[in-house]
Design a protein around this ligand. Structure first.
Ligand SMILES: Nc1ncnc2c1ncn2[C@@H]1O[C@H](COP(=O)(O)OP(=O)(O)O)[C@@H](O)[C@H]1O
Ligand SMILES: [Mg+2]
Length: 348
């Protein structure tokens, strides 16, 4: 079903991504592929459909499961859980002990196993290693992980990495391909950027989805959904699904905005942990941008009006950079209209 809210796993359920599937296929022998695009654009769906169709065994890990200061054990467990096949491969490795689903890894001593060692073992067979939401690999181990990926790049020709990222700026930061001190400096990666559906595709997607429920929906309703949700497949799925239940577009919009609002509240809550002022500044910045202050000077004015004091340009530029790196905004506007609407409703 097109309106199934889980990431799709079969080609029949995946709408309009033939080109991207083909591009993955064509490039799958490269060492490193990036799948990027805003939240809900369909990265996980594309990745899963591709992996399930491909004849190549794979490990798929969801890096959102890693806590912020994750350690080696967390990472190895995530990798091991990513595929039963790999449990088998892990079994042969000195320094890794497997009992059922429990894994013990030696950190030190003569049986110490490093990530590069692990990859060398996996390299015995052709294998795809996919890290979904790979920007979450940032953290204390990021240097070692990049070194291991660089090692694979040079020596392990049987391995291909596919990294996805919703927070595209953070993913680039993690890889730091342009930073001479980074282990991945100057390495080529093939990037596939997922874009939203155009109007026709969005229309056909919704029409087809409603037909699966034998539901007759007026063109105007479909057009209203498209103009509000702007062709982002995840929102179209979400709204199609809710419309089937409620037959009420306003209610559907309201629920979607509340979902986005909760995410933004979490973001601001995290900033509040740094300090009350920082949290407030993020909140005001989001509100000012949502209100259409789409240039540096207008934004600066809006913020100082709200705060009652001027804001230094380095502070503002840092906030903008952060909001860009998590793919919320670009060029003083929101990438996703639902977050824009949600930002208007934020309050202290
Ligand atoms: N091409 C597509 N065809 C059908 N459903 C899709 C498509 N792309 C995304 N979806 C749906 O949209 C939602 C978000 O997709 P997901 O793959 O989780 O996006 P991402 O990983 O980019 O956040 C899911 O409900 C998924 O089923
Ligand atoms: Mg995803």
């Amino acid at each position: 079903m097109l309106f199934d809210e889980r990431p799709k796993v079969k080609r029949e359920e995946l709408f309009d991504r033939e080109e991207e599937l083909g591009e993955l296929e064509k490039n799958i022998d490269r060492p490193l592929i990036l799948l990027t695009g805003v939240r809900r654009i369909g990265k996980t769906s594309l990745l899963q459909v591709f992996l399930n169709e491909s004849n190549i065994p794979f490990i798929l890990t969801d890096c959102r499961k890693l806590k912020e200061n994750y350690g080696w054990k967390d990472l190895f467990e995530l990798l091991a859980r990513g595929s039963n096949r790999v449990i088998e491969i892990l079994k042969g490795i000195k320094g890794i002990r497997i009992m059922g689903n429990e894994i013990e890894i030696s950190w030190k001593g003569k049986n110490f196993v490093s990530l590069s060692d692990l990859f060398d073992h996996l390299n015995k067979k052709r294998l795809i290693i996919a890290f979904d939401e790979a920007q979450r690999l940032r953290g204390p181990l990021s240097k070692e992980i990049k070194e291991a990926i660089a090692h694979v790049y040079d020596y392990d020709k049987n391995l291909t990495f596919i990294l996805t990222g919703s927070e595209v700026g953070l993913l680039y930061d993690f890889m730091s391909i342009e930073d001479p001190s980074s282990p991945l400096y100057g390495r080529f990666y093939h990037e596939i950027r997922l874009e939203r559906f155009n109007k026709d595709a969005s229309f056909n997607f919704l029409r087809k989805g409603f037909e699966e429920y034998s539901l007759k929906v007026k063109d105007e309703v479909i057009e209203e959904i498209i103009s509000f949700f702007d062709g982002i497949p995840g929102w179209l799925t979400f709204s199609g699904n809710l419309y089937v239940n409620f037959k009420d577009v306003e209610r559907v919009k309201e629920i979607a905005v509340n979902v986005a609002l909760n995410e933004l509240k979490n973001l601001i809550e995290n900033k509040r942990r740094i300090s009350e002022i920082v949290g407030r500044r993020y909140l005001y910045t989001l509100k000012c941008i949502a209100d259409g202050n789409s240039s540096w000077s207008r934004l600066e004015r809006c913020l100082s009006d709200r705060e009652g004091t001027t804001i230094s340009s380095s502070v503002l530029s840092n906030i903008l950079k952060q909001l860009e790196s998590v793919s919320l905004i670009k060029d003083y506007d929101f990438l996703d209209p639902i977050y824009k609407e949600a930002s208007r409703r934020l309050s202290l």
